[in-house]
Design a protein. Structure first.
Length: 385
């Protein structure tokens, strides 16, 4: 392997998950009708692959659960289970079922559209690229408050971010409270901070309307939140708020983890582990090993907005590789959006760039299998890396 072809530092290998996903997806596609295949398969470079907003939209692509038979639904959900922990899998199922709660609560607002907007079948399965051996492709499962992105490069490298989950309602939700820990551990940590620590951790008295990183496909060195969340202008922030809430990758806001007491650090690590459950066990372990190796001085926790439930609030955790955001601002702090992102490897961006550069230098094994050797020189077999 030449130095120019070295994979990114935290590029993840998870052969078990990749194999199971590959053969499972191929098997599922074999059951699809021509219409289902046409509705679910897209080019890897289709720009819609990078559209991961978890709000309802009229232009969703993919085949929905409405369009799958009972057996196909079971197989698809089994594929989703491969990409997350069992606990997060149950969270996803609960989030989907909360659509029925919202249908009842929003019946007057939505009118005749209520059973169409709020249903646990309005979740869409899409494949971008060719799910095949030694190929690059991605799987997406997307709908209201759920977005899972799994990208596989050269059947070897895997990215499982951005991974976004939401919950509405968050207060008085009955027994369906799937993001209790995803939000609650942030409150638990905040409540343990003394006055000096809290003055560092709380970066602003106003929460953003949605993620500070918004839905950009790749997080830049500096990001500002939007004035309001798409379609929900009833909660707005000012330009001064946006500046105070800015995400600076190289100069993280908030309190460093090495400024925490041991019991506080334990809560912060529980919070990080809760979000790491949104990726496979193998990938989560690699992230955790990197975080532990970097040390607590490289972890930052920042809070904004109110410090009690029922008012708009927000927190983020920033490590060298990862960004976690949790915002509960609209609907008076009763509507959660949360996400875990990888600064370099969302949608396998850096891995794919490296792989394309390697193909340009050495050629593509898949192409060589269907191209005659006549008139060409024998090349060293340098595809395995």
């Amino acid at each position: 392997m030449t130095p120019s072809s070295d994979p990114p530092e935290h590029l993840h290998e998870d052969a078990h998950t990749i194999q199971k996903l590959l053969v499972g997806v191929i098997g599922l596609l074999d059951t699809f009708s021509a219409d289902q295949r046409a509705g679910s398969l897209f080019a890897f470079d289709d720009p819609r692959r990078l559209d991961w907003d978890i709000i309802p939209k009229p232009d969703r692509i993919g085949v929905s659960l409405h369009q799958l038979d009972r057996h196909q639904k079971v197989v698809l959900l089994d594929l989703i289970r491969l990409t997350v922990s069992e606990e997060v899998f149950t969270k996803i199922l609960a989030i989907m079922q909360l659509e029925h709660v919202l249908r009842a609560r929003e019946a007057q607002f939505l009118g005749v559209a209520a059973p169409l907007w709020r249903t646990s079948d309005s979740y869409f399965f899409s494949i971008f690229g060719r799910p095949g051996f030694e190929d690059t492709w991605s799987l997406r499962f997307l709908g209201h408050h759920v977005c899972l992105n799994v990208t596989i490069v050269n059947q070897r490298w895997i990215s499982m971010t951005p991974s976004a989950l939401g919950q509405q309602p968050a207060l008085d939700a009955g027994v369906l409270n799937p993001l209790a820990e995803d939000e609650g551990l942030g409150f638990q940590l905040l409540e343990t901070l003394d006055e000096r620590q809290r003055s560092t951790a709380v970066i602003h008295d106003t929460a953003p309307a949605d993620f500070v990183s918004r839905q950009v496909p790749r997080i830049g060195a500096l990001e500002y939140p939007d004035h309001y969340d798409l379609g929900m202008p009833q909660y707005q922030i000012t330009t001064a708020d946006r500046k105070a809430l800015a995400l600076n990758r190289n100069q993280p806001s908030g309190i460093r983890a090495d400024q925490l007491e041991e019991h506080q650090l334990d809560v912060l690590m529980q919070l990080i582990d809760t979000y790491l459950q949104r990726v496979s066990d193998s990938v989560a372990a690699e992230y955790r090993t990197g975080i532990d190796a970097d040390g607590p001085a490289t972890i930052h926790f920042a809070w904004a907005g109110g410090t009690t439930r029922g008012v708009p609030h927000y927190f983020r955790v920033q490590t060298r590789a990862l960004l976690i955001e949790m915002v509960n601002a609209v609907d008076s702090g009763n509507h959660i959006h949360s996400v875990i992102r990888d600064f370099d490897q969302d949608f396998a961006a850096a891995a794919h760039e490296k792989y394309l550069a390697r193909i340009a230098e050495h050629g593509d094994h898949l192409t060589s299998r269907t191209t005659s050797s006549e008139g060409t020189e024998l090349m060293a077999n340098d595809w395995s890396w």
